[in-house]
Design a protein around this ligand. Structure first.
Ligand SMILES: CC(C)(COP(=O)(O)OP(=O)(O)OC[C@H]1O[C@@H](n2cnc3c(N)ncnc32)[C@H](O)[C@@H]1OP(=O)(O)O)[C@@H](O)C(=O)NCCC(=O)NCCS
Length: 302
């Protein structure tokens, strides 16, 4: 089989979204530095050189080596030849080579998040994706109180009713959902976090979504995963021209494209990914993305 055919055989179907979660420890420091030296572009190399603390530099190198490796698997373009560009607000995207990708069709979107030793990258086709990862053990209660002040009145009502033992976790769940959605939109913190809201269901997952005014009919899959206890990942996936058919969760560094950990299909029972995971309540099990339903949202937080 030719390299092009082999890469083509690995690429996800249009309706599939891939989420990779990789700990920094999955890639030795020497290996990360060596691969970064070969693969990263000038902008990435210069950014890596600016970090004062080695731990931050390592985080950046692993994340960016990971991005290039995944995009290479998805497109068939060698890691060092992947051309990344950034929007005015800093959102990276991949530029197709002239003549198109060897092993990919249609627009490809990806998004990266990294948080103290963990990296999450989402890849979709023909739809925008946004991801955020946060560690529950690395955020102080004081910081979470400050974060909660940026939420909508409805979300603050939810929090006021939240039992103390899950308060921090609930704030962080809302925060990662907000970041994932704002990052899918390419706006990041430029989108006021009190301009859109979520209602969390009691048994995990998102019960309702109130989009911001500039996305009135927004239809999104809003997913939460906990691949390791205390590592919260939220994913926002646009309901594109074709329906999302599966979310494939991969863990570890993608030396091989086959390190598939779970595959979740709309309408099918959702597997548990780790003890304490929130994935059992993924809305995928309900086979419908979240649509803007402000009246229902207002009812549920009233
Ligand atoms: C995107 C943003 C929310 C990241 O927040 P964070 O929780 O600290 O970081 P995360 O680890 O989740 O995500 C960082 C990654 O998101 C991606 N990213 C950067 N800007 C982004 C944007 N506007 N939208 C989506 N993704 C973005 C990058 O890949 C970045 O990683 P990198 O810096 O290593 O390349 C924040 O940086 C932001 O709001 N940026 C926009 C700033 C802006 O509007 N600038 C306007 C010009 S003044």
């Amino acid at each position: 089989m030719s390299a092009r055919a082999a890469a083509g055989a690995r690429r996800p179907a249009d309706g599939e979204v891939r989420l990779w979660v990789c700990a920094n420890d999955d890639l030795g420091p020497g290996t990360a530095t060596a691969l970064a030296g070969h693969w990263l572009d000038e902008h990435e190399q210069a950014t890596a050189d600016r970090f004062i603390f080695e731990r931050d530099r390592r985080q950046y190198l692993v994340a960016h080596v990971l991005v290039r490796r995944l995009l290479s698997l998805e497109t068939g373009v060698p890691e060092a030849l992947i051309e990344l560009r950034r929007s005015e607000r800093g959102r990276p995207s991949v530029r197709p080579p002239e003549g198109g990708w060897p092993a990919a069709q249609g627009p490809l979107d990806f998004n990266l998040s990294h948080a103290r030793g963990y990296n999450a990258i989402a890849v979709g086709r023909g739809r925008r994706v946004g991801v955020d990862v946060e560690r529950l053990d690395r955020v102080s209660s004081r910081a979470l109180d400050g974060i909660a002040e940026s939420f909508t009145p409805g979300e603050r009502v939810q929090l006021a009713r939240t039992p103390a033992e899950v308060y921090d976790r609930t704030v962080l769940r809302l925060w990662t959902l907000k970041e994932a959605y704002a990052k899918a939109r390419g706006l990041g913190l430029g989108l006021p976090f009190d301009s859109f809201g979520f209602v969390l269901s009691d048994n995990g997952g998102v019960a309702a979504f109130e989009p911001p005014a500039d996305d009135p009919s927004g239809t999104w899959w809003l997913l939460e995963l906990e691949p390791e206890p205390g590592v919260l990942v939220s994913l926002a996936v646009e309901d594109g021209a074709t329906p999302m058919t599966a979310l494939r969760l991969h863990t570890g560094f993608p030396w091989r494209p086959s390190a598939l950990r779970a595959s979740i299909h709309p309408g099918n029972p959702v597997p548990l990914l780790a003890p304490g995971t929130l994935s059992a309540a993924l809305p995928l099990a309900g086979a419908a993305p979240h649509r803007a339903r402000p009246t229902e949202l207002q009812r549920s937080v009233a």
